[in-house]
Design a protein around this ligand. Structure first.
Ligand SMILES: Cc1cc2nc3c(=O)[nH]c(=O)nc-3n(C[C@H](O)[C@H](O)[C@H](O)COP(=O)(O)OP(=O)(O)OC[C@H]3O[C@@H](n4cnc5c(N)ncnc54)[C@H](O)[C@@H]3O)c2cc1C
Length: 442
């Protein structure tokens, strides 16, 4: 077990804390920031050997650093309010987003009026509009994400745009098995795009987009460690202790709070805030796990490339009807090429079903068929991330709410993307949700 900064900080160690935070991801760091700012003595424990949670990188033997996923941050994120020192470490970038549509065209993300609608031609346009009209007039009760998307854009455009294929790829389930509530919350943009007024506005919009009011940023070229080291140093200065590579064994309720058992010793706290997966908290507390919450395993493939790239965007989504990969991010657009080679990461959902070799084979054949990379494509490495995203099959959100309620009855405050079993697309959302959760406590 590593006690980060325990040598740098000579304060005598007292094994009682006001709060123990389980998990040192963004939610854990923000929770530690909030509590330590009001003077609480805090311990943060994580079984990873680093802070930052799923903000994870991997460096190839030749020294190029890749990330699990595509991680973009903004300088107006509330995370930066907690840790303004992060700002000097981030690298400002100007990313662009595109999408491969089922017709093999590189086009706008998430939908293009020109390429997805107008390019369908007169017959296609008739089919799009009649399918929307039919769906709006005759759709039964909406029961799942597919019903929701069909209601707004009709079954014909849902398939033609590749949105249905992408939903399956993203959520790890066919659209008809995805919970309606998730669709309502996370796919609002579909209804916004599909309103007649907005469609006209998008179609007439001048090409000169408004310049963004915030700055997009990525982690330092060397990886996340120097970035989050700055957050750890700040928290350490407020007396927050960190235990990394920690093996949590049990959480017991006592008359005065809780005892958390580590292999070496027990630590006590008045309060436990958990950002780790719900079923892990349940096991630690000895509670029966009834929730059956499934998560997606993500394979990240790290490539280098020398040749002709068939798209200009930094981040490309796969909306075509085939191919296992979901999204790719060209890191060398941010950090520069090495010996003329480009570097990028590819995310493949379904890591539990496919091997890395299968994912790589499928990617190579798909991008070759679509003219995305012609030249020398070399797999530099890969990583597998478990619990990357929650799988929202029917009733999952209700089961998660019920499970967090049971944990709450035991005394555990379960928050964050894993602790709430919620899809948090950005560190911004994670920060806002932790702030809200901690401010609700009397
Ligand atoms: C592929 C991908 C791409 C993303 N892209 C972006 C992006 O571009 N921009 C952005 O802002 N955000 C992005 N995010 C979202 C962002 O990563 C989340 O907002 C953030 O990770 C949530 O932090 P968290 O602390 O709630 O969860 P996590 O990061 O999952 O942290 C949970 C922590 O709990 C720990 N833990 C689990 N089990 C145990 C145990 N038994 N004992 C001790 N510790 C345990 C884990 O090790 C981990 O450190 C992305 C996420 C993913 C997965």
């Amino acid at each position: 077990m590593n006690d980060v900064h325990s040598q740098a900080n000579p304060r005598p160690v007292d094994d009682h804390y006001d709060a123990i935070i389980l998990g040192a991801g963004i939610s854990g760091l923000v929770a530690a920031s909030i509590l330590s700012a009001k003077g609480d003595r805090v311990l943060v424990a994580d079984n990873y050997d680093h802070v930052g949670g799923n903000h994870m990188d991997w460096t190839s033997p030749e020294g190029y650093t890749f990330d699990v996923g595509s991680l973009i941050f903004q300088d107006d994120s509330p995370l930066v309010r907690h840790f303004p020192e992060l700002l000097t470490h981030y690298v400002p970038v100007s990313p662009s987003w595109g999408r491969l549509n089922p017709q093999g065209k590189i086009t706008a993300y998430p939908i293009s009026i020109r390429d997805d609608i107008l390019a369908a031609g007169p017959v296609g346009l008739m089919k799009i509009f009649s399918s929307v009209l039919f769906a709006r007039l005759f759709s039964r009760k909406l029961r799942n994400a597919r019903d929701f998307a069909q209601f707004w854009i009709g079954p014909y455009l849902l398939r033609r745009s590749g949105l249905e294929a992408y939903m399956t790829r993203f959520y790890g389930l066919p659209a008809e098995e995805i919970d309606l509530e998730l669709a309502r919350k996370r796919m609002l943009w579909i209804s916004e795009y599909a309103s007649v007024r907005n469609l006209i506005r998008h179609a007439l919009k001048k090409k000169t987009a408004k310049s963004p009011t915030n700055r997009q940023m990525v982690r330092p070229q060397s990886g996340f460690s120097s970035l989050y080291e700055a957050a750890v140093t700040k928290l350490d200065g407020r007396g927050v202790r960190f235990r990394l590579s920690a093996q949590l064994q049990a959480v017991e309720k006592t008359a005065n709070g809780f005892t958390v058992a580590f292999p070496e010793r027990n630590v006590t706290a008045s309060r436990i805030i958990s950002t780790i997966p719900i079923h892990v908290s349940e096991q630690l507390c000895g509670l029966p796990s009834k929730a059956e919450l499934r998560t997606i395993t993500l394979i990240s493939l790290y490539f280098s490339f020398d040749g002709r790239r068939g798209f200009p965007q930094t981040i490309l989504y796969n909306f075509s009807h085939s191919g296992l990969w979901k999204r790719l991010t060209v890191y060398s657009d941010f950090y520069g090429r090495v010996r003329e080679r480009e570097y990028f990461a590819v995310e493949v959902i379904g890591g539990a079903e496919y091997s890395v070799a299968q994912a790589e084979r499928d990617f190579r054949s798909h991008v070759s068929n679509n003219g995305l990379f012609s030249g020398d494509l070399k797999l530099e490495g890969s990583q597998i991330l478990e619990s990357a995203y929650p799988i929202y099959n029917h009733g999952a959100a209700d089961r998660a709410t019920e499970a967090t309620r049971r944990l709450r009855a035991f005394g555990i405050e379960s928050i964050g993307r894993q602790g709430q079993f919620t899809y948090q697309p950005t560190a911004r959302v994670s920060t806002i949700e932790v702030e809200a959760a901690l401010s609700q406590r009397k």
